[in-house]
Design a protein around this ligand. Structure first.
Ligand code: MG
Length: 203
């Protein structure tokens, strides 16, 4: 399986990164070794001093597809979850300055914790999903899918032009504003519509 992550899909987050709002989706990949499941802890890596949280809604692809038309894209996922796109911000800034690829900053082991998934049919309005991240009980990020620059269906259509999507692939759909550092000992809780779906510690 592969993990596809969308960058700058909320305008306020692009702004806080001093980055332009994109005219088409930006994406990158993480390997399957980035996944952390079952609320297992994230171990702070020794190569970075600035690991940032990015809370994101995640689509789970349910069947193979290539060049998917946007009007059929909704048939390619039945479940939505929540995850963290951990980012070594110090390394990412260096990569950006030098025009180098981002994988070291984005795709390292454990950089994609993923929580429980909810059936799409149980969600009243896909264009109005509230989600948030709390650290040590304090809210640090909150988002709503009404603010997405590119909808879930638009992302699936766009990404599938380049990559064949396969059953089990995950699409991290971008983070809202409020990204920031995590520290060893922090407890992260990510929720969708007040249901906590992911809960783990930084060790
Ligand atoms: Mg992200």
């Amino acid at each position: 399986m592969k993990i596809i992550c969308i960058g700058r899909n909320y305008a306020e987050h692009a702004k806080e990164m001093n980055s332009p709002v994109p005219s088409e989706p930006i994406f990158f990949l993480k390997p399957d070794t980035a996944i952390i499941k079952n609320n297992l802890p994230f171990y702070y890596p020794d190569f970075s001093k600035e690991i940032h949280h990015e809370v994101e809604l995640v689509l789970k692809i349910n069947k193979p597809g290539k060049n998917i038309d946007v009007q059929f894209a909704h048939k390619y996922y039945d479940e939505i979850g929540i995850g963290i796109d951990f980012t070594a911000r110090d390394i990412q800034l260096k990569c950006k300055e030098k025009g180098l690829p981002w994988e070291k900053a984005k795709a390292f082991d454990g950089s994609a914790p993923i929580g429980k998934f909810i059936e799409k049919k149980k969600i009243a309005d896909l264009n109005n999903i509230n989600f948030q991240l709390n650290i040590n009980g304090k809210r640090v990020q909150k988002g709503n899918t009404k603010d997405l620059l590119f909808t879930f269906d638009a992302l699936i259509a766009y990404v599938s032009k380049f990559f064949t999507l396969k059953k089990g692939d995950l699409i991290y759909t971008g983070t809202p504003e409020g990204v920031g550092p995590v520290q060893i000992g922090d407890k992260l809780d990510a929720s969708m519509e007040n249901e906590t779906l992911l809960s783990f510690e930084i060790k």
